[in-house]
Design a protein around this ligand. Structure first.
Ligand code: ATP
Length: 202
């Protein structure tokens, strides 16, 4: 699955609408210190559902919205869009049939956040699910930051297993199993409460 386009507006240092086409398998982004290279990686993580400001190198989520500069007023909204080529059908679930998918996330200063996939409003969870098992994702091994190679080399066995499971495409099933186990737990609690009530009524 290839990422083909990244669009940013009002996101961190990208005040103006900026479209970056990703036409090849190998692409290098170069520029002087502080020009915004890492902000592009933050944008990628954010649009894929990252919700921790710390993981996006900020204190609070509204640090993601362009804060203004000498000659430019602050933005009121941050928008990031990520377009994916799904012709190899790596995406499963309700959007599996599309050849191309665009995930959009926006955040207003009042904290209003919104996710869309191909112009359909969705929940954060739908976006996270979209990427589960594809190897791409807000915290997946496919986004490698400075220092992350060390983190993988030094990873504890459990963390390492997490990376391997994502690479093998089975983390999606582990997540489903966890959700199902939670649901079974709640149902068992309800059943035991019902049994108590039935016993009192007898
Ligand atoms: P380096 O090569 O040193 O790692 P870089 O190209 O990766 O640098 P970034 O860390 O992506 O640079 O960008 C840092 C710049 O982004 C800083 O100038 C910072 O002021 C600016 N920036 C970050 N958040 C915002 C924001 N909310 N509003 C405006 N500018 C911002």
């Amino acid at each position: 699955m290839r990422l083909t386009r990244l669009y940013l507006a009002g996101f961190k240092s990208f005040a103006s609408p900026t479209e970056i086409r990703l036409p090849a398998n190998t692409l290098a982004i170069v520029g002087p210190n502080g020009c915004g290279k890492s902000n592009l990686i933050d944008a990628l993580r954010w649009v894929m559902g990252e919700s921790s400001a710390r993981h996006l190198r900020g204190q609070a989520l509204d640090d993601l919205i362009f804060a203004g500069s000498g000659e430019r007023a602050a933005a009121s909204r941050a928008v990031v869009e990520l377009t994916l080529d799904n012709r190899e059908r790596r995406i499963h679930g309700p959007f599996a049939a599309y050849n191309e998918l665009t995930v959009r996330r926006s955040l207003d200063r009042d904290g209003q956040s919104r996710y869309e996939i191909n112009n359909t409003r969705v929940r954060r969870r739908d976006v996270v699910d979209l990427f589960l098992g594809t190897g791409v994702g807000a915290r997946s091994y496919s986004v490698i930051e400075q220092g992350q190679v060390n983190r993988i080399v030094d990873a504890k066995p459990d963390e390492l297993r997490g990376y391997l499971e994502e690479a093998a495409g089975i983390s999606v099933y582990r997540e489903r199993r966890r959700e199902t186990a939670n649901r079974i737990g709640h149902t068992e609690e309800n059943l035991s409460r019902l049994n108590d009530i039935a016993a009192e009524l007898e």
